[in-house]
Design a protein around this ligand. Structure first.
Ligand code: ADP
Ligand code: MG
Length: 349
């Protein structure tokens, strides 16, 4: 009896924690790629939640910088492992939450690999996007909810055209289309893909057949443009304009996140198309996850450090409790249950 109460207590506590709206940050290190000079990695020790970056110093002595995140995935981590830790967040869309997942990092660090997968997709190598969609379809079937899905898979954050989808094969078709467009433009337009954002948006509307509640959830999966700083001496003309535009929207995203954190009455959503699009999925009402990607290469260590510094700052931000579109009494209810279990526990002691 006692143990069961305690177990139940812990479960409920975790659920309440889960409802808190901190931005979660997962760090992923990509492996050295074949054909790349296999020099010493700039990444030192890694465990569940921390990562050490080795920084060379002028005196020849090596420095170490430690960063802490909600989770760290090493270079050997599989797509399946990464998805396993993302799945609960994704499933909460079906409970009426708005969810936003970003991939952040410099060009070549593995953002597209995490979100979509490598150029040649296999069942094992597909990324979060494909897995998320098939998982949602599977779960809504199991729950016997009547769900309708609208999806847009856009390059460069277009004015999201939502297309209704009714089956997993519809989804796969749409995703492949997005993937192909991206691949094509990366060769023909001087790697445009790394200089624009791409966003997969899913709107779910469903009805819980057991209690009749209508659920409305929304999810954005965003593969952001490369976060590297632009060296103005190297880019000119249209490319410079484009690069500045991208940096502008990334910094607009940072501004939104930080002003939410400071609970500013005015949040500058309207400063970029990206933040306008994400308005309903960023903020106190939503659950947000950022994948921060880094390369193991020593010549990237400068970008790596500034990427991780930004990400660590993001991870300390508390946005307040996430709220389901279904019912705001969820948290209250859970708190009441915890209180009564605590009382039961106290009686046993
Ligand atoms: P980005 O989208 O950040 O520019 P990519 O996802 O295109 O970077 O990754 C660059 C290259 O590294 C690609 O060839 C990709 O397949 C490979 N890669 C990235 N992450 C991994 C990983 N975790 N495991 C294996 N290969 C990876
Ligand atoms: Mg990419």
């Amino acid at each position: 009896g006692y143990q069961k109460v305690q177990e139940e207590n812990r479960k409920l506590y975790n659920q309440v924690q889960d409802l808190k709206g901190n931005i979660r940050v997962y760090c992923r290190v990509r492996p050295f790629l074949s054909g790349q000079p296999n020099r010493t990695s700039a990444v030192g020790d890694i465990d569940e939640r921390t990562i050490t970056i080795l920084t060379p110093s002028k005196s020849g002595k090596e420095g170490k910088k430690l960063f802490t995140f909600n989770k760290v995935f090493g270079p050997a981590s599989s797509q399946e492992e990464v998805f396993a830790d993302t799945q609960p967040l994704i499933r909460s869309v079906l409970d009426g939450y708005n969810v936003c997942i970003f991939a952040y990092g410099q060009t070549g660090s593995g953002k597209t690999h995490t979100m979509t997968g490598p150029a040649e997709l296999t069942k094992e190598s597909v990324g979060v996007n494909y897995r998320a969609l098939s998982d949602l379809f599977l779960i809504s079937e199991q729950r016997k909810n009547t769900c309708s899905y609208d999806i847009s898979n856009g390059f460069n954050v277009p004015n999201a055209n939502l297309v209704p989808v009714t089956s997993t094969s519809d989804v796969i078709y749409l995703m492949n289309l997005g993937h192909k467009n991206r691949a094509a433009s990366s060769t023909s337009m001087n790697d445009r893909s790394s200089r624009s954002h791409s966003c997969l948006t899913v709107h779910v509307q469903g009805k819980d057949l057991t209690c009749g509640t209508v659920l409305r959830g929304c999810m954005h999966l965003v593969d952001l443009a490369g976060s590297e700083r632009v060296d103005k001496s190297e880019v000119v003309g249209d490319r410079l304009k484009e690069a500045q535009h991208i940096n502008k929207s990334l910094s607009a995203l940072g501004d939104v996140i930080f002003s939410l954190a400071q609970k500013h009455p005015h949040v500058p959503y309207r400063n970029s198309k990206l933040t306008q699009l994400l308005q309903d999925s960023l903020g106190g009402q939503a659950k947000t996850l950022m994948f921060v990607h880094i390369s193991p290469q020593p010549d990237a260590v400068g970008e790596t450090i500034s990427t991780l510094k930004f990400a660590e700052r993001v991870s300390t931000i508390e946005l307040g409790a996430a709220k389901s579109n279904k019912d705001s009494s969820d948290v209250k209810e859970l708190k009441e249950q915890i209180a009564s279990l605590k009382a039961a526990l106290a009686r046993k002691e």
